[in-house]
Design a protein around this ligand. Structure first.
Ligand SMILES: Nc1ncnc2c1ncn2[C@@H]1O[C@H](COP(=O)(O)OP(=O)(O)O)[C@@H](O)[C@H]1O
Ligand SMILES: [Mg+2]
Length: 348
C-alpha cells in the first residue's frame, strides 16, 4: 500500500460517506438494473414526478441525480431536502423561505428551497418522514406550484421537476394513517424500484472494481488488487447497507487496507435458521423440512468455503463430496451466479 501515515488513519464515517461523489452511476448487467436503466432513460426525457423506492444505500439519490443530469432541466439546480433531518416546524420555512421579521430569529429574508429549484429538480429524500402537517403544505404547493414565503403576502410560483425517495412502504404508511393518500398519488406518477445489493449479486465484482478504481483516483493511492477469493466472498455477503456499505468497504481497503477490512462492518450471510411456518393452520411439513435442510446445507458449505479461503477443491475434500457436486451446490444455493462471471475459471 502506497499511502501516507496520515491516510492510514481510520477515516470517520462522514469521510467514508463522502469518499465517492454521487455524480456517477454504474447500472450493472443484472436483469433488475437493466430494467431500471431502461425506465430511467425514458423517464429522464420527461418532466413527470418520479418516486424512487428501495432500501437504504441502494442508490436512490445517485439515480435521482442521474435522471436530473439527463433531463430537460439539467441546466437548473438539483435541490435536495432531507425530510428526516428537518423537524416539521422548520420544514415550511426551509421549503418556502421567509421574510425578515416573520418570526423570532428571522433576522433577514431567506428564499425557499423551492425557489432554488425553479427550472431544476426538487428532490425530497425520506418523504415518508414528513409529518402530516408538512404533508398538507407540500400538497398545496404541488397542486399548482404556488407558494408564499412565511410573513409575505406575495404569491410566488415556480416550475420544478419533483423527485421523491423513500425506503418505506408508502402504501403501508397510508394504511396506518401516517401518510396522505392524495399526496402519494401526486408524487407516485412513475415509480422506480431499486433492488437490494443481494438481489443483484452478479453486479458485485464489477461494482467492487469500479469503486476500487474510483477510490484510488480520488485518494491518489494505490491499493492491492482484489483477489478472486475476496470477490467470491463479497458475492456471498448479505450487504444490509447495500451499495453504500460496499463502497465504504472499498474506501477502507484503499485507505487502510488490507482486504479483510472490506468486510469489517458486514454481517455474515443470513440464512434463516428455521423456515417460516405459515400462521393459517396449514403446515406443509415436507416442504418446510426441505427448506430447512437446504438452509443448513448452505450454512455448512459457506463455513467450509470460508475456512478454506474459497479454495473449492479443498472445501470439497473436507465436505467429502466431489468438486463438481460442490460447484453445483454453490450455484444452487445462490452463492455464485451461473454461466460466465467476471472472475473466470475456478481456481480451487
Ligand atoms: N449505481 C451506482 N453507481 C455508483 N455508485 C453508487 C450507485 N448506487 C449507489 N452508489 C454509491 O452508494 C452510495 C449510496 O447511494 P445513495 O444514492 O445515497 O443511496 P440511497 O439514497 O438509496 O440511500 C453513494 O454515495 C454512491 O457512492
Ligand atoms: Mg439516501
Amino acid at each position: 500500500m502506497n499511502v501516507s501515515a496520515e491516510r492510514k488513519k481510520k477515516p470517520t464515517a462522514p469521510e467514508l460517506a463522502n469518499a465517492l461523489p454521487p455524480d456517477e452511476i454504474l447500472f450493472g448487467r443484472s436483469g433488475a438494473m437493466k430494467e431500471v436503466r431502461k425506465r430511467a432513460t425514458k423517464i429522464a426525457r420527461t418532466n413527470i414526478p418520479v418516486l424512487l423506492c428501495g432500501p437504504k444505500g441502494s442508490g436512490k439519490e445517485v439515480l435521482a441525480r442521474w435522471i436530473h443530469a439527463h433531463s430537460p432541466v439539467a441546466n437548473g439546480q438539483f435541490v435536495k431536502i432531507n425530510c428526516a433531518a428537518i423537524p416539521g416546524t422548520l420544514l415550511e420555512s426551509e421549503l418556502f423561505g421567509f421574510e425578515k421579521g416573520a418570526f423570532t430569529g428571522a433576522h433577514s429574508t431567506k428564499p425557499g428551497r423551492v425557489e432554488l429549484a425553479h427550472n431544476g429538480t426538487l428532490f425530497l429524500d425520506g418523504i415518508a418522514d414528513l409529518d402530516l402537517a408538512s404533508q398538507s403544505k407540500l400538497l398545496q404547493f404541488l397542486q399548482d406550484g404556488r407558494f408564499s414565503r412565511i410573513g409575505d403576502e406575495l404569491e410566488r410560483s415556480v416550475d420544478t421537476r419533483l423527485m421523491c425517495a423513500t425506503d418505506k412502504d408508502l402504501e403501508e404508511e397510508i394504511a396506518e394513517g401516517k401518510f396522505r393518500a392524495d399526496l402519494y398519488y401526486r408524487i407516485n406518477v412513475v415509480r422506480l424500484k431499486l433492488p437490494t445489493l443481494r438481489d443483484r449479486r452478479e453486479d458485485i465484482p464489477a461494482m467492487a472494481e469500479y469503486f476500487l478504481a474510483r477510490c484510488q483516483e480520488q485518494f491518489k493511492a494505490q491499493a492491492e488488487p482484489l483477489t478472486m477469493e475476496t470477490l467470491h466472498y463479497m458475492q456471498c455477503m448479505d450487504w444490509p447497507g447495500n451499495i453504500r456499505e460496499l463502497s465504504n468497504g472499498i474506501a477502507r481497503h484503499v485507505l487502510i487496507g488490507p482486504e479483510a477490512t472490506i468486510l469489517e462492518d458486514s454481517s455474515l450471510p443470513v440464512t434463516p435458521a428455521l423456515p417460516h411456518v405459515p400462521a393459517n393452520g396449514v403446515v406443509p411439513l415436507k416442504r418446510l423440512c426441505k427448506e430447512a435442510i437446504r438452509a443448513s446445507e448452505k450454512n455448512i458449505i459457506l463455513a467450509a468455503l470460508r475456512a478454506n479461503r474459497w479454495n473449492r477443491r479443498k472445501a470439497a475434500q473436507e465436505l467429502k463430496i466431489s468438486y463438481r457436486l460442490l460447484i453445483y451446490k454453490i450455484r444452487d444455493a445462490g452463492l455464485m451466479t451461473k454461466g460466465k462471471n467476471s472472475f473466470g475459471s475456478p481456481r480451487g
